[in-house]
Write a protein that binds this ligand. Sequence first.
Ligand code: CU
Length: 355
Amino acid sequence: MKRNALSDAALAVALVALVGGGAWLAPQLLKGDAAPDKLPTPACDINAASCRVALPDGGSVELSITPRPIPTLTPLAVTADVSGSSMRALALDLAGVDMDMGPNRAALVPLPDQPERFSGSTQLPICSTGQMLWQATLQLADARGGRHDVAFRFTPDGEACAPEDAAAAAATPAATGAGTAGSKTAVPATDLAPQPTDFTLSSADGPVSLRDFRGKLVLLYFGYTFCPDVCPTALTTLAQAMKQLSPEEKRRVQVIFVSVDPPRDTPQHLKEYLAFFDPAFVGVTGSAAEIAAAARSWGVYYAAQAPDASGRYSIDHSAFTALVASNGKLVMRLPHASTPADIAVRLRALLNQPR
Ligand SMILES: [Cu+2]
């Protein structure tokens, strides 16, 4: 769905995909009674090698994240080898240091034949042209259940971050079994700190409020029409999902596309752009402050990048679709890798719930 006029921009553009890679674990499973004891960060570059850290009971743990340097939007293998200690590795949490990228915690489980080796898999859910500092926090528990954290900071390798690579990586979770309701590749609403709230923004046909769609399910996506790859892919997926619904079901679902690029996306331009995917999709925009408030409340990150010599710019942005219940509450964030069938199954399950 890449538009030719923008293909050169595609090479430089940032691509953000909140794909649900790796194993997600409800945070409450990991909450101890006391705040974790923070162990000193070792003078070791986790991006370049595995890192060994001394533990308070005299043993040590060696953390490895591969491939190295750590790429974005690529499945990562995580291994924590504990030696001379009764501690267990519980999980690895990946978080943006300067911006909240949402929960991204991979459970680590002992290998059956090597009880001191804990492994799991995860993925950095963003592909950004900008340098972004991440923190990997290894979460450990001692024999009495006390929690100990070790933090490692690194800047991922964005070299392999061309949109095509990212799209392929984003497609991987879907190909390996996402697609059923309840799949762990979706981030459940309970994991979100943001407070989804109503908004009123402008469409080509007048003001649109989220509350106008009470009684319907809403698929809410934040993006921009000059986006070379991620947004067209997401909109194509949503359009295909809608095609899998019956006319009666489709009548009870609304796709809303919120522009994070108000200077370029006029209401009329949004309408024409969205009609290419499905004329029933509604596109809205507003002032920079209105868009920022709506995005923040729905947990959407976006950041315009520096313009090139000809003044063109791309915008990094979250790439999930918020699935909003008929009462306006967030049901879940559908990852970018969701398939049309996955989305249709979820929609139908909600539509068929007794009201
Ligand atoms: Cu986009």
